[in-house]
Design a protein around this ligand. Structure first.
Ligand code: ZN
Length: 198
């Protein structure tokens, strides 16, 4: 344990995803020794990102306005909706250039161990969005791991009665991994070869 503000810094860093107590300590001591100008810039960008970046009121993608760039783009196909777990998955799919529809970001995946159920995700908003009949196909592009599979299975059951075409990405994605780690070619192929969800 360290004195006052140093310990506060270690505690705050330790709350970040993937940062254990040892890493938190290492980062804290790095910051203590770093150039004050660099540290101030980091602090400013942290504050700025929370002030400026909002979430799209339609799809929950990251946005600098009320609506994100993709929802505002009239060239995007409003009939096809791709459901992903996180904002970073949107980035990964956009990189493939295989998808011209719109997105819905769930904000995570169903994970009972972590206390995340359907009500913690933007599923209610998804159902509301589908209510006007403009969307004819929903592509479930959750991560190829346990939580992603559970989420896709749940959504397939929920969307079944709506009479939409519900598809899943083709196999070939590295099982157990995150969508964002798949290379562009593999992810692009999985998109083109998508199949009806069962
Ligand atoms: Zn949006």
């Amino acid at each position: 344990m360290y004195e006052g503000v140093v310990q506060d810094l270690i505690d705050e860093l330790g709350r970040l995803p993937g940062v254990g107590p040892k890493s938190a300590q290492r980062i804290a001591f790095h910051l203590l020794q770093a150039d004050p100008v660099d540290v101030r810039r980091l602090a400013e960008v942290l504050v700025e990102v929370k002030d400026k970046v909002k979430f799209c009121s339609i799809c929950f993608n990251v946005a600098e306005d009320d609506q994100c760039r993709i929802c505002r783009d009239p060239r995007r196909d409003p009939a096809v909706l791709c459901v992903v777990e996180e904002y970073k998955d949107v980035v990964a799919i956009e990189r493939t250039r295989e998808f011209r529809g719109r997105y819905h970001v769930l904000g995570g995946a169903i994970s009972p161990i972590d206390g995340i159920g359907p009500e913690q995700l933007h599923i209610r908003e998804l159902l509301t969005r589908l209510g006007d009949g403009a969307v004819t196909e929903v592509i479930l592009a959750t991560d190829p791991n346990l939580e992603g599979e559970a989420t896709a299975t749940y959504l397939t059951r929920m969307l079944g009665p709506l009479g939409l075409r519900v598809t899943r990405l083709a196999s070939g994605l590295p099982v157990g991994g995150d969508l964002e780690y798949a290379d562009e070619v593999t992810l692009g192929r999985a998109f083109v070869g998508r199949q009806a969800a069962t």
